[in-house]
Design a protein. Structure first.
Length: 309
């Protein structure tokens, strides 16, 4: 089976934790140990988010004022190298060297006319109090949005069109390698009319939507989006909330979910289901139960309506 696994932020940095190298490695180590069984038995591609990390690098850039801050596309590439290296190493260690793991710096084509560039929604960086957020917005000209009870910077998140390195990923899988790629959704780029020249764009692509695009290009059987939620929940946070066990793309597409949170995962799942695959959304710490369909939400094309947990 060909599987794409998308690791959410909780696989790399827990909420409230300091974003140190030691914590990153510890979180990735436990994640890779959980994925080792899947990696031994299947063709596996791992993609990951980078919101907290790219925001941290941006802040560190601002602290050194002798040179201009690096743009988001270069910072996105930095996070791919940083996080990809740790995942590559820890997955190889978890497998005892049984399979070769390859990490790629990946680029994702976006449309420079995408309306997302005028409407930032992607949360990056650490959380702020209302006062600190207002001060940061004024000083750095950031767009700020609420994230639960706190505030974070938001940047444009255009729709991914295709992953440039998808043919290379397919070749690596066919030769028995495990692949880490499309970190942070891949570095967003625009291409010239003949597709031969790429230019970086100032945005962060949603990794789940990029994972759906990659899954379609690879003909993957399953996209697994691992998060800290047990299910996709209808009417979340209201007295009428209900956990969704299984749904068709058509039925779940009629529901509303939070921008920058569950909505991209559901949109990615719909994209995969309509391409003939299936998508699973559920908790990292119960991966075996998610695969056994004891927890989590499955979206596929051969079901009718919605089945609640």
């Amino acid at each position: 089976m060909r599987v794409v696994v998308a690791l959410g932020g909780n696989a790399l940095a827990k909420r409230g934790e300091p974003m140190t190298a030691d914590r990153l490695r510890a979180n990735v180590r436990s994640t890779c140990q959980a994925l080792a069984g899947l990696a031994r038995e299947h063709e596996l591609v791992i993609i990951h988010g980078n919101g907290p990390q790219v925001g941290l690098l941006a802040l560190q850039n601002l602290a050194y004022q002798d040179v201009a801050a690096y743009p988001l596309d270069i910072l996105g590439a930095e996070t791919q190298g940083m996080i990809g290296y740790v995942i590559q190493q820890e997955l190889s260690n978890a497998l005892g060297g049984e399979r070769e793991v390859v990490a790629l710096i990946s680029t994702t084509v976006v449309d420079e006319e995408d309306p997302a560039f005028e409407r930032p929604t992607k949360l990056i960086g650490p959380q702020y109090s209302a006062q600190d957020a207002a001060e940061a917005a004024a000083e750095y000209r950031w767009t700020i949005a609420r994230d639960g009870g706190a505030f974070r910077r938001v940047v444009p998140s255009p729709e991914p069109i295709r992953v440039v390195q998808a043919p290379l990923v397919r070749l690596l899988l066919e030769n028995g390698h495990l692949v880490v790629c499309v970190g942070g959704g891949g570095v967003p780029v625009k291409t010239d009319p003949d597709g031969k020249r790429q230019t970086g764009m100032q945005a962060v692509v949603d990794k789940d939507l990029a994972g759906a695009a990659l899954s379609a290009e690879l003909g993957a059987d399953t996209l697994i989006m691992l998060t800290d939620a047990d299910y996709v929940t209808e009417n979340w946070g209201t007295p009428h909330q209900r956990d969704i066990l299984t749904a068709s793309a058509e039925a779940i597409g009629k529901l509303e979910f939070a921008e920058g949170s569950m909505k991209p995962k559901v949109d990615a799942a719909i994209r995969v289901a309509r391409a003939g695959g299936r998508a699973l959304i559920g908790p990292l710490d119960r991966l075996d139960d998610l695969l056994a369909r004891k927890i989590g939400t499955e979206i596929r094309g051969d079901v009718d309506g919605i089945v609640y947990a």
